[in-house]
Ligand binder design. Sequence first.
Ligand SMILES: *[C@@H]1O[C@H](CO)[C@@H](O)[C@H](O)[C@H]1NC(C)=O
Ligand SMILES: *[C@@H]1O[C@H](CO)[C@@H](O)[C@H](O)[C@H]1NC(C)=O
Ligand SMILES: *[C@@H]1O[C@H](CO)[C@@H](O)[C@H](O)[C@H]1NC(C)=O
Length: 628
Amino acid sequence: MAGGRPSPPLFAALLLVAASLRVASSSDSDVLLRFKATVSDPAGSLNSWAAGSAPCNKNVSNWAGVVCDDDGNVSGLRLEDMRLSGSLTRIVLLQSLPGLRTLSFMKNDLEGPLPEVGKFKSLRTLYLSTNKFSGAISDDAFAGMSWLKKLHLSSNGFSGPIPTSITELPKLLELRLDNNRFSGPIPDLQLKSLKLVNMSNNYLEGRIPNGFRTMDAGLFAGNKALCGDPIGVSCKPLPSESLSNQKLAVTVATVVFIVSGIVAVVVLLPQQRQMEHERLEQVQSPKKPAKDTKFASSQKEEKLESGAAGYDSGGSSKKPAKEHEQGRLVFVREGRERFELQDLLKSSAEVLGTGRFGCSYKAALLTGRSVVVKRFRDMNRVGKEDFEEHMRRMGRLSHPNLLPLVAYYYRKDEKLLVADYVPRRSLAAALHGFRAAKVPALDWATRLKVVKGIAKGLNYLYEELQILSVPHGHLKSSNVLLNDSFEPLLTDYALVPLMNQAKAAQSMVAYKSPECKQHGKTSKKSDIWSLGTLILEILTGRISMIDPTQDKDVVSLADWVNAVAEEEWTDKVLDREMRATRKSGEEMIKLLKVGLACCEANVEKRWELEEVLDRIEELKESEGDEDS
Ligand SMILES: *[C@@H]1O[C@H](CO)[C@@H](O)[C@H](O)[C@H]1NC(C)=O
Ligand SMILES: *[C@@H]1O[C@H](CO)[C@@H](O)[C@H](O)[C@H]1NC(C)=O
Ligand SMILES: *[C@@H]1O[C@H](CO)[C@@H](O)[C@H](O)[C@H]1NC(C)=O
């Protein structure tokens, strides 16, 4: 063993010879070569790092990824996209490079825990994004890095809490932690200098600290349970009403909610029936001559006894509501598979979300078909007859951009509306939700298609429901579903006439319109304002700030866009993920202007829907321009 080693004098001699061959900057080269030996470089990306050559010739680098300063010292390493692997356990070797200011190992296959970067006290930038680093980061990992301006750790597997030593970096400008598994609360970064922060796609929860209140909601998207100003989610615990506009995270609360929802229906139904029987007897008693004759038929009891199997009259009835009895689902659309409330209860259910009006869930029927059931409270503005009349009206609506109402269930303090299930997510989720790495953001062509579809659906509602002052009433991105071919389907339309007025005023989008704020009344053009806001949301990728729980301090999207100079719209307003080309960029700006015209606060000046529709129809995807 010992015989294999050079004897100490010989070893020293070799070192001397080696040293005498070196030029001035040899030590940088030495350090780099020793470091190179500790990483795995299967692609040979570092082949230019070779003994006998110098990494720097003045400010010109001879070695791949080495950045040189004017004195010929190594000032940075940009080893990006080089397929390096291994775990940087010996990164401390680089401490012997006195001029090192920048370290980037982005886009490699590096793994293991965060390397010991805290030792590099004079580092300005540290980029480790898009690797396979993992594990928790010790709380003091960045302590004392008083020059650090940019820290990018995106797209790794880091977990555990965000280290508080980050909060003490006095010069930090950019902090990217997105696409990791950081959990727990966001620490209060009292960093006045911070220009960019990205916390999206982690498991963070709790209140977003005040210091971030003006930041873009997208930077916090895709987390477990955040709340606070940027994302427009109130931090008050409201288990049944905790819909965040943009994301329907299935939280423990909603699971509890659905269980309680089902229990409520299961438990209440038999009682309900009992009451109905009792009421039926009353109705049938001669003292109360039945005005309500439809409850008095003996058929009814038969049907109630026979339960789910008994109701098979199919779509043949011309007046489905006449068959209505309490405790039953009433089908408003012809040619649909019939089922009973009990079938829904027996089916496997999954919470889709909890909204301001109640919970909605997906129920898979035994036949394999799925439906969406929405429970509504506060839906008592009109009496039963008017309610049924309106349901029939809705049952007659049919348009490719409307999610059809299939059936309803009426009870005094609760209504269920049943619609087809669309196996796709909401526009809100597509725009702002968690995006798995492989699912691309919506491109311009898709967004334009979505806008066109929404406008057509809205126009249809205007034509068919002229008696309503606000035909849709609740148009927003979470009420637009996208099917497999990204055709939008409007949901939750035409509900204004049913909702209790106070609830409508508090919760429905049309009531957030400027005219409503000014005069307390919606107008025929309130839906057009909602459409405009939605168009702006689609183009900017920003969440529209129409969260009714926080009326004050909320800047409307239109005001926000208008505050940016028109020349800067392309850079500052349009969502970059649409990937604008020169020509499509022009079309985007045109659509942005349509959106703004729809948001015009003066109702007189606000466009009519026809004009909006014409302007939108004219827009092109501009495929085949300089990109292709
Ligand atoms: C290197 O320095 C020369 C002269 O000082 C300058 O013209 C050149 O742009 C520099 N190159 C780089 C890559 O900084
Ligand atoms: C650059 O290297 C020289 C010697 O090669 C050294 O004297 C000088 O301090 C170094 N500059 C910096 C900024 O580290
Ligand atoms: C924030 O991170 C997400 C996920 O990595 C990314 O899609 C988005 O573009 C980032 N936003 C900014 C402004 O960096």
